[in-house]
Design a binder for this molecule. Sequence first.
Ligand SMILES: CC(C)(COP(=O)(O)OP(=O)(O)OC[C@H]1O[C@@H](n2cnc3c(N)ncnc32)[C@H](O)[C@@H]1OP(=O)(O)O)[C@@H](O)C(=O)NCCC(=O)NCCS
Length: 393
Amino acid sequence: METKQGDFGPPRDEQELSATADIMMHSYAMAPADAAAWTQRVGAANLRLLREGGRVAGTLVSIPMGQWYGGRDVPIIGVGGVGVSPVHRGHGTATRLMQSLLREARESGAPLSTLYPATQPLYRRVGYEHSGARYEIRVQVPAIDVQERTLSLRAIEERDEAAITACYQRMAQWRQGWLSRSPYLWARVRAPRAGAAHGYLVEGASGVEGYVYLVRKQTTGFNQELIASDLVANTPAAARRLLSFLGDHRSLAKEAVWYGGADDPLLPLLREQTYSVKLDMHWMVRVLDVAKALEARGWPVGLSGALHLEVEDDLLPENRGRFVLEVSDGVARVRRGGEGRMRMHVRGLSSLYTGFLSAEALRAMGALEADDASVRAAVSLFWGPQPSIRDMF
Ligand SMILES: CC(C)(COP(=O)(O)OP(=O)(O)OC[C@H]1O[C@@H](n2cnc3c(N)ncnc32)[C@H](O)[C@@H]1OP(=O)(O)O)[C@@H](O)C(=O)NCCC(=O)NCCS
């Protein structure tokens, strides 16, 4: 079935909005009221649907936001809530929905799209590839032996919003892949699915130095689990103050959980390894615009070099062909042409771009072909911390 113009777009009326809620209900096993509330919260402007035979067959949420790469905020289109009506499944609807979304996303000017896959072949088929990870960090609360109460801690109030956002950004911008959050993502921090979150901030001489949003969930008997939808510390004192605060829950809370990178900087502050770090999910990126994506990210300062790339892309022909990437002073310039010494599908470029896999690893897996000199240059240029994301969307 071919997708015609007009088949793809936001819901046109209440009837299509309720068809969207219906698909969400079936796809994610939601209660009808929760599915309706979810579509309202997301808003018609962010929903996209595919009509087939005059009916809504598939839906998704398109979330414009950013991701930090090399200290720069790269615009992305986040994709969530992909669902196809049970009666339409197995006929390529999700594939066509994603193809339409990707063409629209490219036209929007964002150079990347990012998502969490519940199934990978669907997204690989349209050009996404593994590009980073989200880990679950689970700390035993009674074993938190940090005692520090010098900085003052208080409940977050509405007037603190700008200071909290700035505090998050100070940390996130140096964590490869972390989100530059849109209001939709902040709403998920403050009102997560896990329950009501209570926010606490830590203040020092220079203002807000850290904060935590915490859901206290009852487990067995009176026992609790602490779920931090966000936990940020920008100074050592704030880090120790927040760990002490979690420890203050130790009479009933057995574990505290939060998400992010495997290299969480709070963990080395604990005396022993009284925690686990477990892969939650790999996330995938699709490069929408090769030249724009390479120019939008930050690059290692003090390194300069050039790469001659050749990219294959079966969905977005604008990405096909040869590019020369020149990096110097932390900035990249890209022009068309060159010798195409490093050849890859646009999927391989995603893993390379974020620093998830090195050019060496990609070549060893057959995802990239290049001479040794090009591989060595690419290993240095794309070197960086392992990419991760705290948020789920
Ligand atoms: C996953 C889902 C969106 C697929 O919709 P669809 O229109 O049937 O998908 P397509 O026909 O375009 O199939 C594309 C590929 O997706 C994969 N796929 C399709 N249905 C799948 C399913 N139920 N489970 C796992 N993978 C599936 C297959 O690899 C398929 O390719 P193949 O048939 O060549 O193997 C649909 O089954 C659904 O809504 N499921 C529940 C919600 C969900 O999991 N959403 C994804 C969240 S990231």
